[in-house]
Design a protein around this ligand. Structure first.
Ligand SMILES: [Zn+2]
Length: 556
């Protein structure tokens, strides 16, 4: 195998092409709480393909029907960049390859790449497999040869390789020899329990690479918080294939975060891993996949998180405005992120101006002072704008006179019902939309859900964009010591549309009032993003839409 890798390409710094192998759909989906339907898996595969990864491992067709269905349906996708891999174990001990159901399922998946996992640690051969070491070598060789004979490119995952190499180097290498001798194309050194540290990872990868057995790949888990570091040093040491999962998903502490690996190797090591221009899609891809996975997106995630380039100190904001490169380790735009300036009560006026400029608002010094005063007063009452960008933007726009009014609240009333069988709440919301008055009823589990339903029902006839906006997170915190007399409640609410998400904040002595405030801001911001017309300009309001309590109650 040439040092140039599968495509024989070289990066701008003459770096060899490193193959990016995604295992989100197999290893990544072992994460607790990550439950992808087949449709979700297809969406994730499409997103990874659009980003431009080389290989998408679709699953383990021999282990569960869902993965088999994925492979049956994946032809629906028109993949442009990625090749598909199916994952499975080597044949059973003392059995033939021909009557092995797992190998048969791998072939039935019809993927160009088959990834076979085999034991490389004597402890596991002796204790887990409970067979002879010779038989394990035969299992590896037979299974690889079987897949190669069927025309598959075979990637061999050497399980627990780093532990095996430490325990019995000769045997671990003999396992690699069995795989490569039978036709494996890539030998993947797996740190299956994630315990390896970077210096050991670098040394072992360099030794195996130097031994000239074949193309070396790596697969790290993050149990020592070193999965990305290990992957990067492995590539520096000669690995030409890196496995990882989107957003570092995976069981226990996760797999190596493929996105941080890609960003680091492209921006700091001169590798060309994705097709030209695709690195700038990294942040949005990370977010999109989190959405499909229905997991909260980690703000502190390196490179792609919303806080990855954020700074809080007012001291720095003016300097950042002058020299963005003085405080960020890479250009945020390179990975599709942005230099985000947080607002807080520590903020100086330069922070507010920088933030307003980020929003495309040109504030006069007087208005900036006004914004700052209001932010400080509000944060003193318990608002937290640094985590609620949408509410901050609405506040700035309001002060700047650049906030359309889509609706305003006349009043609401909430009834909470608790019984043995269920908790049920009902809300009546009275709104003004321009000259119209709208009354709407909503029913829900708990008062906030009922208010949300009532608000949506009241607005839905006027703002079709609302249908694409939904709540994704709702957090309540009780703050003490802020108000003199009693504790106050802060609600942080995250809403999303198909493009992204935003967070709004509400504060009150009363949890329902605080929730309403965050809810109303969340809807208003969604309408702002959607470019919804205000009632005065909206043609929907030219016709007198009959919205009264009776009709709406019938629809409830
Ligand atoms: Zn793994």
């Amino acid at each position: 195998m040439s040092a140039g890798g599968p495509a024989g390409l070289a990066g701008p710094d003459n770096q060899p092409k490193v193959e990016i192998y995604d295992t989100t759909l197999r290893d990544g989906s072992q994460q607790v709480g990550l439950d992808l339907t087949v449709a979700d898996k297809l969406r994730v595969a499409a997103a990874l393909d659009a980003l431009g990864v080389d290989v998408v491992e679709g699953g383990w067709p021999g282990s569960n029907p869902k993965d088999a269905e994925f492979f049956a349906r994946v032809g629906e996708l028109d993949l442009k960049n990625a090749q598909l891999a199916a994952f499975g174990a080597t044949r059973l001990p003392r059995r033939g390859v021909d009557d092995d159901a797992n190998l048969a399922a791998l072939l039935a998946a019809q993927t160009p790449i088959v990834t076979l996992v085999g034991k490389a640690w004597t402890l596991h051969v002796d204790e887990a497999l409970r067979t002879t070491r010779e038989e394990n070598l035969a299992m590896v060789a037979d299974s690889v040869a079987y897949m190669a004979a069927a025309g598959r490119r075979v990637v061999f995952d050497a399980e627990h390789f780093f532990d095996g190499y430490r325990a019995d180097r000769g045997y671990a290498l003999a396992v690699l020899d069995a795989a490569v001798g039978a036709g494996a194309d890539t030998l993947v050194l797996c740190d299956t329990n994630g315990g390896t540290l970077p210096d050991d990872a670098a040394r072992v990868v360099a030794e195996v690479t130097a031994s000239g057995r074949g193309r070396v790949g790596v697969h790290f888990h993050n149990d020592s918080a070193c999965a990305v570091a290990n992957s990067v040093v492995a590539v520096s040491g000669g690995a030409l294939h890196v496995q990882g999962a989107a957003n570092g998903y995976g069981e226990r502490c996760g797999n190596a975060d493929l996105f941080a690996i890609i960003a680091g190797l492209e921006l700091k090591r001169g590798h060309e891993l994705l097709p030209p221009g695709r690195l700038a899609e990294l942040a949005s891809t990370a977010r999109t996949i989190a959405e499909f996975a229905n997991l909260p997106f980690e703000a502190r995630q390196p490179y792609v998180g919303s806080s990855a380039f954020a700074t809080k100190a007012g001291l720095h904001a003016s300097a950042i405005a002058r020299r963005p490169d003085a405080y960020a380790h890479v250009d945020p735009g390179a990975v599709g992120n942005r230099q985000h300036v947080l607002v807080s009560e520590l903020a100086g006026r330069s922070n507010v101006l920088a933030k307003a400029a980020e929003l495309g608002l040109d504030l006069s010094p007087e208005l900036a002072t006004e914004v700052l005063d209001q932010v400080k007063a509000a944060e003193h009452r318990g608002y937290a704008y640094e985590a609620a960008d949408a509410s901050f933007e609405l506040l700035v726009r309001k002060i700047a006179g650049a906030l359309p009014s889509w609706f305003s609240l006349d009043s609401y009333r909430v009834m909470i019902e608790r019984s043995e069988a269920e908790d049920r709440s009902e809300a009546i919301v009275r709104l003004r939309l321009g000259d119209d008055r709208v009354v709407a009823v909503g029913e829900g589990v708990g008062p906030v859900h009922a208010l949300d339903q009532a608000l949506r029902r009241g607005l839905s006839g006027f703002y079709p964009a609302l249908a694409g906006i939904h709540l994704v997170d709702y957090k309540v915190r009780i703050l003490d010591g802020r108000a003199a007399a009693s504790a106050v409640t802060r609600v942080m609410l995250t809403s999303a549309d198909s493009v992204g998400e935003w967070t709004t904040v509400g504060v009150s002595d009363d949890i329902v009032t605080a929730s309403w405030e965050a809810l109303a801001d969340g809807v208003a911001y969604g309408l702002l993003r959607a470019g919804a017309e205000t009632p005065d300009a909206s043609p929907a309001l030219d016709t007198d839409v009959p919205l009264d309590l009776e009709t709406i109650t019938e629809n409830a």
